[in-house]
Design a protein around this ligand. Structure first.
Ligand SMILES: *Cc1c(COP(=O)(O)O)cnc(C)c1O
Length: 421
């Protein structure tokens, strides 16, 4: 199998480790920049196109300000995600607030920031009116109940999805919003997660444009923007290929010409990609600590599911490289484990790797989205820090590793941990 190129060498990582012991996340800024520019080029034909990065994927100021400097807005869903944006000077229509089950104070805060509010339910029209007021510009989240990429295949049952409103409710939400003074309208839908199918965005747009036409006829509302949201996948497995974002942009353009322009609509298009933007450009760097041969051959590393929980909760595949052994034959079968007292704390099961020596550095790929941000503290494990590799090769600390003091900080036991630095 071809080796997957890394944006850093063994020597570079060894140098980093002298200052920052493993485990840590390492993000490749150059890769993120290339990715955003490619996306923007693919949709440059649509005037007003904007990517709203899904903050939950990688909520650190270093990454958000890099994306903001490239012209991205931010997609938020919580108070602290909004706070991050406000502190970075990202406000107004550069924030898409795509929340659900939203507490009143979060709507109030989003309104104070001038964010675009994306309502998840019809009942939220009155709720928003009571918590911050009806804005000029508002978006509604659509759930069609069913969705298929081709006529024969049903993609998951959206009737089990808690997100968004059915068509009739969304039209009613538009009518009520309009009656209460809203003047600019958008529609949003996220029907898939981690899809490598190039047909997803064009098919979704087709659906949303038919809804936009209905909104015009039945609610007297002109849809000014369509948010295709996230869901574009990345090739976690080496045998998978990345999507061709330019081809997707062109396929979307065709649908747009046929169904929007031809019907007198010219909405701005938005995306809220997270995984696609940072996923491939974040690496979890960890060191081999223990080798254990029982019924299986285990390789214990110094990271755990607390740093990256996707394999444990979804059985997700993350490719693993052994630094400096990229060209050695992968002829040893390992389970790669963390230290949690949970048998699902395995970064890989039955994975062929080159023979690993204790002290070897392992790179867990594609951890740059929904990785560190999903971390937790089970077993009192401290979550690792995050570093950014700048395009010029310099290194920036985005987030230090947690300390015991952080872990104990919320306990109400005055004095017990005062000696901790
Ligand atoms: C999680 C999420 C995204 C990003 O999803 P990806 O799979 O990372 O692209 C975008 N929008 C909303 C509303 C989300 O919840």
């Amino acid at each position: 199998m071809a080796t997957i190129p890394l944006p850093f060498s063994l020597a570079k990582v060894q140098e980093i480790i002298r200052q920052y012991p493993t485990p840590f996340y390492l993000y490749d800024a150059a890769g993120i920049i290339r990715c955003v520019q490619g996306l923007q080029a693919a949709f440059a034909w649509n005037e007003g196109f904007r990517e709203y990065f899904a903050v939950k994927a990688a909520p650190t100021p270093g990454i958000l300000s890099l994306l903001s400097s490239l012209g991205c807005g931010m997609d938020c869903a919580s108070m602290t995600e909004l706070m991050l944006c406000e502190r970075l000077g990202i406000t107004g229509d550069r924030i898409m607030f795509s929340s659900n089950d939203t507490p009143g104070p979060e709507y109030e805060y989003a309104r104070r920031l001038g964010a675009i509010i994306n309502l998840d339910d019809l009942t939220h029209v009155d709720f928003l009116e009571a918590h911050g007021g009806i804005p000029d510009t508002v978006c509604c989240r659509y759930n069609p109940g069913r969705f298929s990429l081709d006529k024969n295949a049903i993609m998951g049952n959206l009737q089990d999805s808690k997100f968004g409103m059915p068509r009739e409710q969304l039209l009613e939400a538009f009518r009520r919003l309009k009656a209460k003074g809203a003047r600019h309208f958008g529609i949003h839908a996220m029907l898939i997660s981690c899809s490598l199918d190039a047909a997803y965005f064009p098919t979704l747009l087709e659906d949303l444009l038919s809804l936009a036409l209905e909104a015009k006829e039945k609610a007297g509302v002109e849809v000014e923007f369509i948010d295709l949201s996230g869901g574009i996948g990345i090739p976690y497995r080496p045998e998978e290929s990345p999507v061709d974002i330019q081809a997707i942009g062109q396929a979307v353009r065709q649908i747009y010409a046929q169904l929007a322009l031809a019907n007198g609509l010219h909405p701005r298009l938005y995306t809220e990609l997270g995984r696609y933007i940072t996923g491939p450009y974040g690496y979890l760097i960890t060191t081999a600590l223990h080798e254990k041969r029982t019924y299986k051959h285990y390789l214990g590393v110094d990271a755990s599911a607390c740093d990256l929980m996707r394999p444990a909760i979804y059985g997700a595949y993350h490719h693993i490289s052994v630094l400096g052994k990229e060209n050695a034959p992968a002829d040893h079968l390992y389970d790669v484990t963390g230290a949690l007292c949970e048998n699902n704390d395995k970064f890989a099961v039955d994975r062929l790797l080159p023979q690993v020596a204790m002290g070897d550095i392992l790179v867990i790929h594609d951890a740059g989205a929904h990785g560190r941000s999903m971390g937790y503290n089970y077993n009192g494990k401290l979550r690792c820090g995050e570093l950014l590799l700048e395009p010029d090769g310099s290194l920036r600390l985005l987030r230090r590793a947690e300390t015991p003091k952080d872990y104990f900080a919320t306990l109400d036991c005055t004095g017990l941990f005062d000696d901790l630095a």
